[in-house]
Design a protein around this ligand. Structure first.
Ligand code: TXA
Ligand code: MG
Length: 306
């Protein structure tokens, strides 16, 4: 199936499995409330959790959300790329209220993956795309994993290869009169955001600000045990750097590279889970740079957050 088939499917209100550089998305026309409802149903996603609208360029973004100086600076520096900006919604915003869960804000991202960019351009308007997993499961980073999770709901499945970043985008809220808040850490790091849009304020457990962060996320079937220097009998193990000799070891990055570990995290969690272990033990991951996002997803996989 081609990009033009996918653009036609979107225009007909159908859904598309879409590769991005972060994770695969389940995409639909952001202006079509029926398509949006089909996305929520396919994912089993609570209706209070809003979707990200993907745009192809700054002009499409500015028709949708209200940019301040911080948003200008971050968009200039990191778009296209793994950064989502939560902005006040424009009155004539093309993203329907259902996609925004009725909020007066809209989440915008310009993806860098060429297939995603070309599809949005061909379609000609914003495309909503949550990660293509069923709600509460790890995000898919390969087309096979996306097909397994929500492929049945999609009219077209686009294969863009394995996702290079492998972790969902950094979500940053930029609201008038409020300090910058990171709602979800990602490959664009805290330091990157602070340098251009600081100072940062912590989120706290405020459902209005961060609706999607309340639910437990990314959980495999097996329990997850964190900061484990080695696996116990019957456990699968996600190593980082030097790997111990054990039966079911998946090395996130033999060289200890955090970007590589991020790219491998979800696919290796799934692979470890498929061995039906007693638990998945995970090596300590340094809390620097993209390590913050990796540790965030691991804490959620272990059920420690929210
Ligand atoms: O990398 C990504 O962001 C991927 C790819 C497909 O682009 N998409 C993704 O979407 O991760 P999703 O729906 O799985 O996560 C979107 C996050 C949720 O935590 C949601 O609550 C938050 O963004 N979000 C969306 N709109 C928001 C808004 N108006 N205010 C606050 N948070 C919002
Ligand atoms: Mg998701």
């Amino acid at each position: 199936m081609s990009i033009s088939d996918a653009a036609k499917a979107l225009a007909a209100g159908e859904l598309v499995i879409l590769p991005t550089e972060t994770v695969y998305g389940l995409a639909g026309d952001a202006a079509n409330a029926d398509a949006v409802a089909a996305i929520f149903t396919a994912k089993g996603r609570p209706l209070f959790n809003p979707l990200i609208a993907h745009i192809s360029d700054a002009e499409m973004a500015r028709r949708t959300g209200v940019f301040d100086e911080r948003a200008d600076a971050l968009a200039e520096a990191f778009w296209p790329g793994p950064l989502t900006l939560v902005l006040p919604v424009r009155d004539d915003c093309p993203v329907c209220s259902e996609a925004r869960a009725g909020l007066d804000t809209v989440a915008l991202r310009a993806p860098a993956h060429p297939v995603a960019r070309e599809l949005i351009k061909a379609f000609g308007g914003p495309v909503v795309a949550p990660s293509a997993n069923r709600s509460g499961r790890p995000s898919p980073t390969t087309v096979e994993d996306a097909r397994t999770e929500t492929g049945a709901a999609a009219a077209v499945i686009l294969d863009g290869g394995p996702c290079k970043v492998g972790l969902e985008s950094t979500v940053v809220a930029l609201l008038p009169g409020e300090p910058t808040r990171i709602l979800r850490p990602g490959a664009v790091t805290r330091e990157d955001i602070a340098a251009l849009a600081g100072p940062l304020s912590e989120v706290g457990a405020d459902a209005r600000r961060s609706p999607g962060r309340l639910a437990t996320h990314y959980a495999p079937e097996a329990p997850v045990r964190l900061n484990a220097p080695y696996p116990l009998a019957g456990e699968a193990y996600l190593a980082f750097g030097k790997a111990p000799k054990a039966p079911q070891v998946f090395n996130l990055s033999p060289s200890g590279d955090l970007a590589e570990a991020g790219a491998n995290l979800f696919s290796m969690l799934r692979a470890a889970d498929r061995t039906a272990p007693r638990a998945i033990a995970v090596a300590p991951i340094p809390m620097v740079g993209i390590g913050e996002a990796i540790n965030d997803r691991l804490a959620r996989a272990a059920g420690f957050v929210g």
